[in-house]
Design a protein around this ligand. Structure first.
Ligand code: GLU
Length: 298
């Protein structure tokens, strides 16, 4: 199967930025003959809000978006992530890391390492050192990266080269890391097109590096512009009415939200009423605006 996907975290209602990304993921997938899958990224349980998944799906449907079911939930797939992590470990591609965030921030960076990269502190610990440090805290597991950077192709950004460091695959508390789960899930579910917010562009080289290491195909990417407030800052709760429920309370229904998103994507004229199906007919990835959409909440 060839598929695109939309992968929300169930930490609350989708806001206009998430909804516009979902619309774009649907348009990219459907206009290229792909299915759209929905994947709930709920591995970070502390951020999960009860009822969020149901509301998110209701909101996507209210915009006229549909998907090929069933909805996938990452917390159901822990065995799969564990198997892949074990495979990488057996192949010598991981190491245990005992560093706290503070220790990483304070460590001198390795020569030639990109700023913010893991400084390599635990990369070459001896078995005795590891045994000793395991008494302090359970280790995270990091990838033993063998490249400093990797290049991906993005439909909006062209060739994009970004840093690859020894990123975390499994946190100290046993939770599989986002970068690992995304790569495993995309490959396992036939996702060959990744459309998401451009705040994640810098993660794509790490994920693509891991995909090729695991022998998975590297998906096509399209990192789409964010929605920002009048100050150019990414939308947040403080900006007022930015979810479908909040906008409905202000008299702006889902159809009106879809229309304004269509205008922002240059797929409709202001005031025109449109359906998702209309937008699909008009969609041309090459003509998409490359700059953020400035939204002033009512
Ligand atoms: N779950 C991530 C988010 O909500 C998206 C991850 C992805 O699309 O790869 O920001």
């Amino acid at each position: 199967m060839n598929a695109g996907r939309f992968a929300p975290s169930p930490s609350g209602d989708l806001h206009l930025g998430n909804l516009r990304t979902a619309l774009l993921a649907w348009l990219f997938a459907r206009s290229s003959g792909r299915d759209l899958l929905i994947r709930i990224e709920d591995l970070d349980l502390a951020r999960v809000r009860p009822g969020a998944v149901e509301q998110q799906l209701t909101d996507l449907a209210a915009l006229g978006l549909d998907w090929t079911g069933p909805v996938l939930t990452q917390s159901d797939r822990r065995d799969l992530y564990a198997r892949v992590i074990d495979e990488l470990t057996a192949a010598g591609e991981t190491f245990e890391c005992f560093c706290t965030r503070k220790e990483i921030a304070q460590a001198p960076s390795a020569p030639h390492a990109p700023p913010g990269a893991y400084p390599g502190t635990c990369r070459d610990l001896t078995p005795a050192e590891r045994a000793h440090r395991r008494r302090d805290r359970p280790p995270a597991l990091r990838l033993r990266a063998r490249a400093g950077s990797f290049t991906v192709h993005d439909a909006l950004h062209g060739e994009y080269t970004g840093d690859v460091d020894d990123f975390v695959l499994r946190r100290g508390d046993g939770t599989p890391a986002y970068n690992l789960a995304v790569v495993v899930d995309d490959a396992a579910t036939g996702v060959d097109q990744v459309v998401r917010g451009d705040d994640l562009l810098s993660s794509a080289p790490r994920q693509a590096y891991l995909a090729q290491l695991l022998g998975y195909p590297i998906p096509e990417y399209a990192h789409v512009p964010m929605v920002v407030n009048a100050d150019g800052v990414r939308l947040s709760k403080r900006d007022g009415a930015i979810t479908l429920t909040q906008l409905a309370d202000k008299g702006v229904d889902a159809a009106a939200v879809l229309s304004s998103m269509a205008v922002s994507l240059r797929l409709a004229d202001p005031g025109a009423s449109v359906t998702a199906a209309d937008l699909l007919e008009r969609f041309d990835p090459a003509a998409l605006p490359r700059e953020p959409w400035i939204f002033t909440a009512p």
